[in-house]
Design a protein. Structure first.
Length: 264
């Protein structure tokens, strides 16, 4: 069975395979290192697979977040932001939580450092929410709710931190700007966005890892495609500027991640 596109795309934009509005680099080395961005939809952006296949996909995503800079990037950002603050308890919103593995890992990390997190973790579709609730059932500090990343008005409050992991690349630039604006408006300390950064090396590495380690067909297909859908640090900085985020910082993190930090 196929496992995503066989090579990073070289085609021009089309209605069937729309690409980002960001200009492709003119420098030959950058063009070699960074493939054009595709807006081809991932399988999980369409109809969801049966429950067992969806659970396998969430387990594959948890594997990525555990070993490839998922929750650790968020923890790195929170440590920078908390610093020497005397506040030891924080309210957190995690947007696009998937299987809720990131908020669960962050809550455990926080306890080891004498911090307490109370996390509301949201995802759009009830099938994902139901599985995430069962996966996070042993972590009392995490509450999983159904919610729309582009319509956070139904949430009852602001949070100290608003986080997202592997969500930004699912949005085309106009919706990415809307997402950043809505998420930032809910944060009283900072917004932290953790995502892939697009590169040819990341694409080849993800394709290899997905073939060897991923269990679900959807993850084998969507993993490499996610890299091609992802933004570059320069593009994320431009999205933050368009969203009007004051003093936003974009940090690259190993192996193929980046982290946007926008203080409130």
């Amino acid at each position: 069975m196929p496992s995503g596109p066989r090579n990073p795309p070289h085609s021009t934009p089309s209605a069937a395979n729309p690409t980002s509005r960001f200009a492709h680099p003119s420098n030959w080395l950058d063009r070699f290192l960074v493939p054009p961005q595709t807006r081809q939809l991932e399988l999980l952006d369409g109809p969801l697979p049966p429950r067992d296949a969806l659970l396998a996909n969430l387990r594959d995503l948890a594997l990525v977040n555990r070993f490839a800079g998922g929750w650790a990037v968020a923890a790195w950002a929170l440590e920078r932001l908390v610093g020497s603050s005397s506040q030891r308890s924080f309210r957190v919103l995690d947007i696009g939580t998937g299987g809720a593995d990131v908020p669960v890992a962050l809550s455990q990390w926080a306890r080891r450092r004498g911090l307490a997190l109370q996390v509301d973790a949201i995802d759009l579709r009830h099938e994902v929410v139901d599985l995430a609730r069962s996966l996070a059932a042993d972590e009392p500090s995490v509450r999983v709710l159904q919610g729309d990343a582009l319509d956070l008005g139904a949430l009852p409050q602001r949070y100290d931190f608003v986080l997202s992991s592997l969500a930004l690349h699912h949005f085309d630039p106009p919706d990415a700007v809307r997402f950043l604006q809505a998420a930032h408006a809910r944060a009283s300390i900072a917004l932290v966005v953790n995502d892939l950064r697009r590169s040819r090396v990341a694409w080849y590495a993800t394709r290899l890892v997905s073939r060897i380690f991923f269990e679900s067909f959807e993850a084998k297909h969507d993993g490499p495609l996610s890299v091609l859908r992802a933004y570059t640090p320069r593009e994320v900085a431009e999205l933050a500027r368009m969203a009007g985020l004051p003093g936003a910082e974009v940090h690259t993190r190993p192996p193929f991640r980046m982290c946007l930090i926008a203080r409130a």
